[in-house]
Design a protein around this ligand. Structure first.
Ligand SMILES: Nc1ncnc2c1ncn2[C@@H]1O[C@H](COP(=O)(O)OP(=O)(O)OP(=O)(O)O)[C@@H](O)[C@H]1O
Ligand SMILES: [Mg+2]
Length: 298
């Protein structure tokens, strides 16, 4: 078995290899809704990519295609080098990449958490001992060892169980489709922290969101606009490319927007990082407040 997160072995070193590739991908629903057109995209092994776009821009459709759960209507999606349309590879593809949706209640089938976590593994033919080992490992990572009955859990706790269930398959990558949309602020922070931690452990992450501030967690931001790629840039490029977001009718992340607007009014705010603390420090230094190295004493 490939070493991975669920078996407790160290993650393989990140390679520059390609994990998911879309070539000329299109998708049209039976209703005639053309959800995606001409998508060319690569997700690298070990990458943390965010996909952001308006309602109806095709994010969920793309998430399904990237996970291999749905086949493209046009073009080719390869996952770990395998064509997702190749039905002889279905089992391998399912093990390779997991998907988590916004509503955890649609993903939890059983009343007992342990039954839910074991379900996918049983379907893939794993034996009892391996199932127990993996459940113990993912339960530890997600902090859900004490959870027994799904119906007693909060939405945030249910989402942790859903993530654990997908992680138990020991995937190399996971697609998250608005995983925090139904959670309160604390639940959102928990899930964001967990996903960042899984990425640090070596998981390839595609994080779909319509909350622009959430893209700040990712290495790379992919914009979807009316079923097409509307732009693509690395996290560090964001401050200089806010106008591209605005041109698509998306807002800029609030921290970057604030710094940008202060600069436009003449305050040269330099952001140390993209956090609220980073913004406050940047403003304090630009305003020359004491203790910021901004030169208030002189
Ligand atoms: N099951 C479906 N049947 C028919 N059309 C659909 C279906 N699912 C999505 N669509 C259409 O495909 C397009 C893209 O939808 P998709 O759900 O992928 O967008 P999205 O960006 O995830 O939107 P949201 O932000 O609302 O989640 C939309 O025009 C939508 O109406
Ligand atoms: Mg969606």
């Amino acid at each position: 078995m490939t070493p991975g997160i669920a078996d407790g072995k160290p993650a393989p070193a990140h390679s520059a290899g390609c994990f998911i590739r879309c070539e000329g991908v299109g998708y049209t629903y039976r209703s005639g809704a053309r959800a995606l057109r001409d998508i060319n995209l690569e997700i690298a092994e070990g990458e943390f990519a965010a996909v952001v776009g308006h309602n109806g821009s095709g994010k969920s459709t793309l998430a399904m295609l990237l996970s291999g759960l749905e086949k493209p209507g046009a073009g080719i999606v390869t996952l770990g080098g395998m064509n997702t349309a190749d039905t002889s590879k279905s089992r391998e593809l399912r093990k390779l990449c997991g998907i988590v949706f916004q509503n955890p209640e649609n993903q939890l089938v059983f009343e007992k958490v342990a039954d839910d976590l074991a379900f996918g593994l049983k379907n893939l033919g794993f034996g009892g001992e391996e199932i127990e080992k993996r459940i113990a490992e993912v339960s530890r990572i997600l902090g859900i060892e004490e959870f027994t009955d799904s119906f007693e859990l909060s939405m945030g706790q249910k989402q942790r169980v859903a993530i654990a269930g997908a992680l138990a398959m020991n995937p190399r990558g996971m697609i998250f489709d608005e995983p925090t949309a139904m959670l309160d602020p604390r639940g959102k922070r928990d899930i964001q922290r967990i996903i960042a931690d899984l990425h640090r452990r070596g998981l390839t992450v595609v994080y779909v969101t319509n909350v622009i501030d959430e893209v700040l967690f990712a290495d790379r931001i992919i914009l979807l606009n009316q079923g097409r790629i509307g732009g693509e840039f690395r996290r560090e490029e964001l401050p200089s490319r806010l106008d591209e977001l605005r041109a698509l009718g998306l807002e800029a992340p609030v921290i970057l927007d604030a710094a940008d607007r202060l600069r436009a009014r003449g305050l040269a705010v330099a952001l140390k990082d993209f956090s609220l603390e980073g913004l406050i420090e940047g403003i304090a230094a630009a305003a020359g407040l004491p203790g910021t190295g901004g030169g208030a004493e002189s």
